[in-house]
Design a protein around this ligand. Structure first.
Ligand code: NAD
Length: 366
């Protein structure tokens, strides 16, 4: 087994650097406790990189990512950079090009509510009495976010029109559907495919291709849901879901809806992977400019992103499980950051990082 791993660390903007600092505490514990080393190499990305180098994705950052085994990403963006052209903006000029460059076509978000932590959810007690465990799989480099043509017709200045293109090919749908079915084999063997096939041509192809792929997985049950119905069912009974398979746009929206069911977007990690399971791992939320510099952001999403990185890219499943358990045990002890607290009793970002690192150190020892 490999005993040295190299990971690129890209803290980015807003709360990115604050929550990323807490993952270094976790990495310290891991590097002390196990006989392999995870080496970190930090680079600028997003608005901060634009301010320093005139580009949100400097060459040094891309080269650093190419040389690494995986990328741990904070978040990018902020009001300050919204006036720039799209290729200079933090998300469209750095994050989306990184996803495209590494062909990170699958986005995986585990959305779990441990039943011991159900008081964190905004849903009624009876709905989440057993907790839930959803795996949201989103196609990430196709669909309406990248489809061409897109643009504006400005010939009538008083009535400008703007357009985007939702486009999917058989191959793109097959590739993401295969991942969803494969991952469901290790779970409840239930795939919910989301579309709007009653209205959209691209969704109608999506449904056809997913149905065809499902024939290779006879032990997995496939259920098709229209996206509007899925949005309702997630609130009504989240526990009925196992794997949710979505296009880029529907996945963006539904995965955030699922995220809120756990109490806060600050709790949820995500993995964006290519076919070799090289990946970019990041919190589900954004740069939260409203929290920047206040030491109150929740670092759990960033810490659990490190756990996903260990699981999917470094193949260190047991390390991922230790990190996840350390987070659960810390929450069970009653520690809360502001976003998941009663608004009065809460600890800081740094204290949450210290507590999780301490708990991790204790559980690896025992
Ligand atoms: P956001 O996720 O940053 O914030 C939404 C809400 O969630 C805010 O109330 C915020 O305080 C809260 N929140 C987010 N992360 C949290 C955490 N760790 N702990 C506690 N609360 C948390 O989304 P937004 O406000 O729509 O966007 C803000 C900026 O982030 C924008 O510039 C946007 O473009 C960017 N963004 C970046 C990414 C990314 O880097 N992947 C993703 C989404 C948004």
């Amino acid at each position: 087994m490999k005993n040295i791993f190299n990971i690129a660390i890209l803290p980015g903007d807003g709360i990115g650097p604050e929550v990323m600092s807490e993952t270094y505490k976790i990495l310290d514990v891991i590097n002390k406790k196990f006989d392999f080393k995870i080496k970190t190499h930090e680079f600028d990305i997003g608005g901060i990189a634009f301010d320093k180098f005139g580009t949100p994705l400097p060459k040094e950052t891309l080269d650093g990512c190419i040389k690494s085994d995986a990328i741990l990403f904070g978040s990018v963006g902020g009001e300050k950079w919204t006036c720039l052209s799209r290729d200079k903006q933090p998300e469209t000029g750095a994050l989306l090009p990184l996803r495209r460059f590494f062909n990170l076509f699958m986005n995986i978000r585990p959305i779990k509510l441990n039943f011991a932590l159900k008081q964190l959810s905004p849903l009624k007690k009876e709905i989440i009495k057993d907790g839930f465990d959803i795996l949201c799989i989103r196609e990430l480099i196709g669909g309406i976010y990248f489809g061409l043509p897109k643009g504006r017709n400005t010939f009538d200045k008083k009535n400008i029109s703007a357009f985007d293109t939702e486009i999917y090919s058989t191959k793109e749908i097959e590739r993401i559907a295969n991942i969803a079915f494969q991952l469901s084999l290790k779970r409840r063997k239930l795939v919910f495919s989301i579309d709007k096939a009653n209205v959209l041509e691209s969704s109608s192809l999506w449904r056809e291709v997913v149905t065809k792929v499902s024939k290779n997985f006879p032990e997995v049950k496939l259920i098709h849901l229209y996206v509007d119905n899925a949005a309702m069912q997630i609130i009504k009974n989240p526990n009925q879901f196992d794997v949710i398979l979505c296009s880029n746009l529907f996945g963006d929206i539904l995965s955030d809806e699922c995220a809120m069911l756990t109490g806060s977007v600050g709790m949820l990690p995500s993995a964006s992977l290519n076919k070799n399971f090289f990946g970019l791992f990041e919190p589900a939320g954004g740069s939260a400019p409203d929290l920047k510099g206040k030491n109150i952001a929740n670092p759990i999403a960033q810490i659990l992103s490190l756990a996903l990185l260990c699981e999917y890219s470094l193949k260190l499943n047991y390390v991922a499980q230790f990190i996840e358990l350390a987070v659960i045990n810390t929450l069970k002890k009653g520690y809360r950051t502001l976003d998941i607290s009663d608004g009065k009793n809460y600890i800081t970002t740094k204290q949450m990082g210290d507590n999780i690192a301490q708990t991790l150190s204790e559980i690896i020892k025992s």
